[in-house]
Design a protein around this ligand. Sequence first.
Ligand code: NDP
Length: 331
Amino acid sequence: AQEWQLGSRPEGRPEPADFRLVERELPAPDEGEVLVRNSFLSVDPYMRVLMGSAQPGVPVYPLNRPMTGGAVGMVVASRAPGLSPGDLVLSDLGWRTAAVAPARRFTRLERLPGVPDSAFLGALGMTGLSAYVGLTRIAQLEPGDRVFISGAAGAVGSLAGQMARLLGAKEVIGSAGSEEKVAYLTTELGFSVAFNYKAGDVRAQLAQAAPEGIEVYLDNVGGDHLEAAIDALTLDGRAALCGAISGYHLSEPPPGPRNMIELVKKRLTLRGFEVGDHMDLHPRFARQMGSWLAEGQITFRETVEHGITGAVDAFLGLLDGRNTGKAVVQL
Ligand code: NDP
């Protein structure tokens, strides 16, 4: 089997030289273990955080060890009750072609008709759940709300925009990093308005897109996007802080929003979340998402790299904004 290891901690944007592809002979599964061949690997922004930087102190991927991440695969051999060859499974044993591990590291998946297996890393996986948790539990979206979503053409954002509309939002505004992505948001995903954050000041563009303000903000980006959203939020507005990708390469934390006093004046709620703390919502989410997909109410794109050698490119592409929708690696 082949696996990617982190060879050095990146300063700023990671480089291909920070990663090493290593060949490893896998043992036969022991009692209670299974051998799984991965078919799709997930690459996600949080992995940049886990790589750390030269500064010590953050919990990080160990050096020269296999990296981890979401993966969908097929059981090839099993010495564990409950898992049989041919079963489709989800694990966090990504960044590798195959893995031998105790059965508890794998979750058996039920395929949905017409939905590719890779969707268990995206629309039907943690990505979709993040969008759902952020909008419903964290931001407490209500019908009639005006919602702003940053990183809107990405994996979480593209699902969140469609969900917000289905959950009754009056207007859904999105920002993304290219004209093509902006067009995708409004023509295919049903966003009411969208803008290219690279084409001008975020605050000014948001004010123009939502002249009467917003009730809800789902933050994937942080930095100037968060500051702009704080300005645009109306009385009792709510922001769900999902991520802050604009700062993941910085070795010093970025300065905070300069307009925090607006939280006082407008009684705003800003609340962060980790999707893993909200697994109790997963069954409800899976049912709801399953029917939205079956009815064609939610669509998604994926940006697919092929082969284990493509994993680093897929990951760096995600950090550079080359993906639309979920970035995955197909083995
Ligand atoms: P995406 O598919 O959205 O990919 C990342 C995108 O971020 C890129 O496509 C790029 O799009 C954009 N981006 C990169 N750099 C910048 C920048 N400096 N400013 C603005 N946008 C930038 O990834 P995900 O959907 O998986 O993740 C989105 C966010 O959600 C991340 O912050 C992630 O950490 C967070 N997250 C949090 C979870 C949680 O539990 N809290 C769970 C899952 C994700 P563009 O071309 O538009 O720049």
